[in-house]
Ligand binder design. Structure first.
Ligand code: FAD
Length: 351
C-alpha cells in the first residue's frame, strides 16, 4: 500500500511496476487529494514554474513527451504539475484511488491494517509518501492566541488580492516568504518581514535542493537518529536571483529580527518597538505528515521517526518515501528507486 500520490509516491509506484508488481493488484496507491498533483494542486496560483525551484521530472516521464524543463515558465506550477502527473498516472496505468484518506495504520496481531474512512484493509507493507503539506508548522510566541487579526500559514495563502490595504507581517526566511513579500509589495498597506536568522543569500540563480550537501546530511542524520527534521533551506540559503536582488536593493527584502511577542493588534520586539498588523503570514515550514502512523508508535523520544535505508528502525514493514533528505522532487525520485527495491526484497523475505 502506497499512501500518497505526490512525487515520492508516484516515483515508488513507477519502480514497483518496473520491478514486476502490477498496479491495482499487487500494490495500491491511495491519495486523499481530490485530483492529481500531490501537494502542488493546493499551492497558490501565483507560484509559477519559473518562480518555483527546479521541479524534476518523474522517472520515465520522457516517455510521455513532456518535461518540467520545457514547460511554460509563466504558467501556475500547480496546473502544470497536476496536468503532467495526470498524464503520467494514465500512461503507466497506476490506478491511484482518490479521494481516499488514510486515517490510521495499526497492528492487529501480526497483521498490518490500514484504516480508511469506512473500511479497513490489511497489507504486508506500507510505503508512506504523505509529504509535509498537511502538517503546517507555526512556532509559538507569547500572545499567539490573543491576536485579533488573521493568522495565515503558507498552506492558506491563495492570492495577494485578499490582503489589499492590510498591514501584513510575514514571518520566515524561505522562498515562500520572499515570494509573498514580492507579491504583496504594492497590495498591502504596510509590509514587515521578520526572520529568526539573517538570510544567507547564495550567488547564482537557482537553488539545487540537494546541492547543500551539508544540509541534506543534517536531515539524514536527524532522520536516522529519530530527531525532528531541520529545515532544508536553513542549511542551503536562498538563491540571489535578479528578482530577489532588486527587491533587496529597493529595501523590500530587508528582514527585521524576530519579534518577541504578539499582541491583539500587532507584534512587539524586545526593545519595545511595536508594529500594527491585520495579518501575520506564517511561512514557517512544515513537519512530516505522520499522524495516521501514530498507533504504530514509531516516534522516538527525540520527536522524529528513526529511518534508515528507507524504512522505520522500529518496524521494517513501514517505508518512508520523500522523508527528510528526500523532501525535494529529485530526492523523491531517488527514494522511489531505492525504496521499491527494498520493498521487493522485504516481500520476498516474507515469502
Ligand atoms: P506531496 O506532494 O505533499 O504528496 C503527498 C501526497 O500524500 C498528497 O497528495 C496528499 O494528499 C497525500 N496524503 C497525505 N496524507 C495522506 C493520508 N493520510 N491519506 C491519503 N493521502 C495522504 N521541491 C522541489 O524539488 N522543487 C520546488 O520547486 C519545490 N517547491 C516547493 C514549494 C513549496 C511552497 C513547498 C512547501 C515545497 C516545495 N518543494 C519543492 C518541496 C516539495 O514538497 C517536494 O518537491 C515534493 O513535491 C514533495 O513530494 P511528496 O510526494 O513527498 O509530497
Amino acid at each position: 500500500m502506497v499512501i500518497g500520490a505526490g512525487q515520492a509516491g508516484l516515483s515508488v509506484s513507477f519502480y514497483l511496476q518496473r520491478l514486476g508488481l502490477e498496479p491495482g493488484q499487487d500494490f495500491v496507491v491511495l491519495d486523499r487529494g481530490p485530483s492529481t498533483g500531490g501537494a502542488w494542486q493546493s499551492r497558490w496560483e501565483a507560484l509559477r514554474i519559473g518562480s518555483a525551484h527546479r521541479i524534476n521530472d518523474l522517472p520515465g516521464m520522457d516517455a510521455l513527451g513532456v518535461s518540467f524543463e520545457t514547460a511554460d515558465r509563466a504558467l501556475p506550477a500547480r496546473d502544470v504539475v497536476a496536468d503532467y502527473y495526470r498524464q503520467y498516472e494514465g500512461h503507466y496505468n497506476l490506478q491511484v484511488r482518490r479521494p481516499v484518506d488514510v486515517k490510521r495504520v495499526f497492528n492487529r496481531g501480526a497483521e498490518l491494517v490500514v484504516g480508511l474512512d469506512n473500511e479497513e484493509v490489511t497489507t504486508e507493507i506500507v510505503v508512506n509518501a504523505t509529504g509535509t503539506w498537511g502538517s503546517p508548522f507555526v512556532p509559538w510566541y507569547p500572545g499567539l492566541n490573543d491576536f485579533e487579526g488573521r493568522h495565515v500559514h503558507t498552506t492558506d495563502y491563495r492570492s495577494a488580492a485578499e490582503f489589499e490595504g492590510q498591514s501584513v507581517v510575514v514571518v520566515g526566511g524561505g522562498t515562500s516568504a520572499i515570494g509573498f513579500l514580492l507579491e504583496l509589495e504594492n497590495v498591502a498597506s504596510d509590509l514587515t518581514w521578520v526572520t529568526r536568522r539573517p538570510i544567507e543569500y547564495l550567488d547564482g540563480g537557482e537553488l539545487n535542493l540537494e546541492a547543500g550537501a551539508a544540509a541534506v546530511a543534517k536531515q539524514d542524520e536527524a532522520a536516522r537518529a529519530g530527531r525532528a527534521l531541520p529545515s532544508i533551506v536553513s542549511g542551503t540559503g536562498i538563491p540571489r536571483t535578479r528578482r530577489i536582488q532588486s527587491g533587496i536593493d529597493r529595501g523590500l527584502l530587508v528582514a527585521k529580527p524576530m519579534f518577541s511577542a504578539i499582541e491583539p493588534h500587532g507584534v512587539r520586539w524586545d526593545d519595545g518597538t511595536f508594529q500594527e498588523a491585520d495579518v501575520i503570514v506564517w511561512s514557517t515550514g512544515f513537519r512530516p505528515e505522520l499522524r495516521h502512523l501514530a498507533p504504530l508508535k514509531l516516534r522516538e523520544k527525540e520527536g522524529g521517526v528513526s529511518v534508515g535505508n528507507g524504512s522505520a528502525w522500529k518496524d521494517p514493514r513501514i517505508f518512508f518515501a520523500g522523508y527528510g533528505p528526500q523532501a525535494s522532487t529529485i530526492g523523491a525520485n531517488r527514494a522511489g528507486r531505492q525504496i521499491a527495491r527494498q520493498v521487493i526484497a522485504t516481500l520476498s523475505n516474507l515469502g
